[in-house]
Design a protein around this ligand. Structure first.
Ligand SMILES: [Zn+2]
Length: 102
């Protein structure tokens, strides 16, 4: 019995942790309602909440030295970030953004 209840405690701890970590849908809706959402990396505009959620925009909490901030990551950047790793991604990103701007 004890084993089961310990496993349950562990499981619910994981669930709770996940939920407090991020409620992406709620965060996207909140940010969409401000009309100010942009991808942290490439500056792409956040679409309407439903589109953002179905396109799987991501929201991350970044702990700063004094305050935590919320950043948005568009689907394109997420895929490339996962594919290349952060260092390579950032190197390519500056080229990509430059091409768009220049
Ligand atoms: Zn992006």
């Amino acid at each position: 019995m004890e084993t089961i209840s310990q496993a349950e405690v562990r499981l619910s701890a994981v669930k709770t942790h996940r939920r407090t970590l991020l409620d992406v849908d709620a965060a996207l809706r909140a940010i969409c309602s401000t009309g100010k959402g942009r991808c942290w990396y490439c500056d792409q505009r956040l679409p309407r909440a439903e589109e953002a959620i179905s396109a799987r925009w991501n929201v991350q909490r970044v702990e700063g030295k004094r305050v935590a901030s919320i950043i948005l990551i568009c689907p394109t950047c997420q895929v490339e970030l996962a594919r290349m790793g952060e260092e390579e991604f950032l190197r390519n990103l500056s080229l990509r953004v430059c091409n768009v701007v220049c």
